[in-house]
Structures are given as structure tokens and as C-alpha cells.
Design a protein around this ligand. Structure first.
Ligand code: DAK
Length: 258
């Protein structure tokens, strides 16, 4: 499939998805969100990690497309919101790890896109924020909720109320991004992390993502029950047998994802 506003490249088991509208700093209009949805849905079982980044030199994604949103009637705004939520939920539900490579501005919907990924790494040039209140709205793609869960209420309120941006070092200090690396090394770093994950049992990684993701919204007892079920579900899989056999035979495991 060919896309206009994104690029999807496959590097073995890693898919690299680039939001590629550099003239508009990769802002998310409806078409871009639709393409993002189609691209994520197109990923097959041979893809075991997804890296998302922004095209051009300046931005990861500078937000939802303000020029499109400005004139949206209420009914279209509802559709736009539904589309955004669908795409971001799709990313969270993907059975593979997703990594945001934040290479520049990640504002509004762009910050929310990063927040919907499992791991966020940033280049030294990155600036992150949720400036929606400066436009008279609030984050609409789950940003208020995902940011709060990640950095805590107080920092989330500070960022959302002020509409300010934080640089990469501050983003790391408040736990919004995991690590900051030089711009030229950002994708290499993300590929390296993906590579480490790929060495592990795919079913186990997928199950770990599921229980962390769903458990985070439950009380500890319910969340531990989720973990117990996820743990038990892996027993009897080829991957569990192979992983443990390989350890006992002192050799690397050859996982098949079955
Ligand atoms: N939308 C559309 N175009 C954008 C854009 C955006 N978010 N951000 C940048 N651009 C365009 C600029 O208009 C400019 O286009 P031309 O004038 O060249 O045609 C081009 O990208 C280059 O931008 P600048 O010339 O402004 O570049 P600078 O380096 O000077 O500044 C900047 C970079 C990132 C600081 C600045 O562009 C900026 O402040 N951009 C807007 C950032 C922003 O406010 N982002 C949040 C957008 S609001 C909801 C769902 C979702 C949302 C809300 C509600 N519901 C469902 C209810 C989400 C809202 C948002 O994301």
C-alpha cells in the first residue's frame, strides 16, 4: 500500500513508521491518522517491534493539524476525535512493543502519540508539551490521562495548565521520556532496544505488555490476578518449553512465537 503522509519500512522484524509531512511539522490531519491506522493494521505476525518517528529535521509531530481542526463542525470534530482515539488505542493493544523516537517537537497530539507508545526515547533536540489550553481546548487524544499515569498528577497538571514545553532533559527528569540521546543516534538507540526485546520470547513480551497495560488501571489484587493468568497462559507454549530448555542446555533460545 502506498501512503501520502507516512512511510512504513520493514527492517527484518522491526517496522519503522515515519510520520512524514515535514512542511506542517508532521501535524496529524485526518488523512495522516487514517494512514497511521491502516499502517498499524497492516502489520503482520513477522513484525515484532514498531518504532514511530517524525520525518524532517524539526519535529516528531507538532500536534493535531490546527488548520484542519479550526474549521471543523461539531459532527466532524467528533469523528476526528473518534479516529484519533481508535488509532491510539490500536497502538496500545498491539501485541508487540511500540517505541516512540521523539526527534523534535512532540506537542499536543504528537505528545499524545508518544504517550500511546510503550517506550519513549528522545533526541537532545526534542521538546514536548501539551499546549492545547493555549488554543482554548484540552488534549483530546488521551493526553490528560496517559500523561497523568506516567508522570503523576502534579506534573501533568503543571504541563497541561501552563501549556508549556519541556526540553528533553526535563522530560527525562520528570519521567516523560526514558532516555535522551544525540539526534544522530536516536534511531540506532531505538533499534538497539528493539533488538534486545527481539531476543526474548515473543509470546512472553506480548503477555507482559498486556498485563502491564491492563493491570495499571486496576487495584493491586486484580492486577496481580491478571499477571497470574498471563503467567499461567504461557506454560505449555513452545516458547516456554524452548526458553527453559535452552537455559538448562546453556545455549541461546530459538523462539518461534508459538
Ligand atoms: N497544525 C498545523 N500546522 C502546523 C502545526 C499544527 N499543529 N504546527 C506547525 N504547523 C505548520 C505551521 O503552520 C507552519 O506552516 P507554514 O506557515 O509554513 O505553512 C509550519 O508547520 C512550520 O511551523 P512554524 O513556522 O511555526 O515553525 P517554528 O519552528 O517557528 O515553530 C512550533 C515550531 C512547533 C513551536 C510551532 O509550529 C507551533 O507552535 N506549532 C503548533 C503547536 C501546537 O499548538 N500543537 C498542538 C496542536 S493542538 C481533540 C483531539 C485532539 C486535540 C485536541 C482536541 N478532540 C478530539 C477534542 C489535539 C490538539 C492539538 O494537538
Amino acid at each position: 500500500m502506498t501512503y501520502e503522509n507516512i512511510r512504513l519500512e520493514h527492517e527484518g522484524a522491526i517496522a519503522l513508521l515515519t510520520i512524514d509531512r515535514p512542511k506542517a511539522l508532521n501535524a496529524l490531519n485526518s488523512k495522516t491518522l487514517q494512514e497511521l491506522e491502516a499502517a498499524v493494521q497492516s502489520l503482520g505476525a513477522d513484525t515484532r517491534a514498531l518504532i514511530i518517528t517524525g520525518g524532517g529535521e524539526k519535529a516528531f509531530v507538532a500536534g493535531a493539524d490546527i488548520s484542519e481542526m479550526a474549521s471543523l463542525p461539531a459532527s466532524a470534530a467528533r469523528e476526528f476525535a473518534a479516529l484519533g482515539h481508535r488509532v491510539f488505542a490500536l497502538l496500545e493493544a498491539l501485541p508487540i512493543p511500540t517505541i516512540a523516537a521523539v526527534n523534535g517537537f512532540a506537542l499536543g497530539g504528537g505528545c499524545e502519540l508518544a504517550l500511546a507508545c510503550d517506550l519513549i526515547y528522545a533526541s537532545e533536540k526534542a521538546q514536548l508539551g501539551l499546549p492545547e489550553v493555549s488554543l482554548g481546548v484540552i488534549p483530546g487524544f488521551g493526553g490528560t490521562q496517559r500523561l497523568t499515569r506516567l508522570v503523576g498528577r502534579s506534573r501533568a497538571k503543571e504541563l497541561v495548565f501552563t501549556g508549556g514545553r519541556v526540553d528533553a532533559a526535563t522530560a527525562k527528569a520528570i519521567g516523560l521520556v526514558l532516555d535522551v540521546v544525540p539526534a544522530a543516534d536516536l534511531l540506532t538507540h531505538c533499534r538497539l532496544v528493539a533488538g534486545k526485546i527481539l531476543k526474548n520470547g515473543p509470546l512472553a513480551v506480548s503477555q507482559a505488555k498486556r498485563v502491564i497495560e491492563f493491570g495499571a488501571d486496576q487495584d493491586l489484587r486484580a492486577a496481580n490476578e491478571l499477571e497470574r493468568q498471563g503467567f499461567a497462559a504461557l506454560f505449555g507454549s513452545d516458547d516456554q518449553r524452548e526458553g527453559m530448555k535452552a537455559f538448562l542446555e546453556k545455549r541461546p533460545a530459538a523462539f518461534t512465537g508459538k
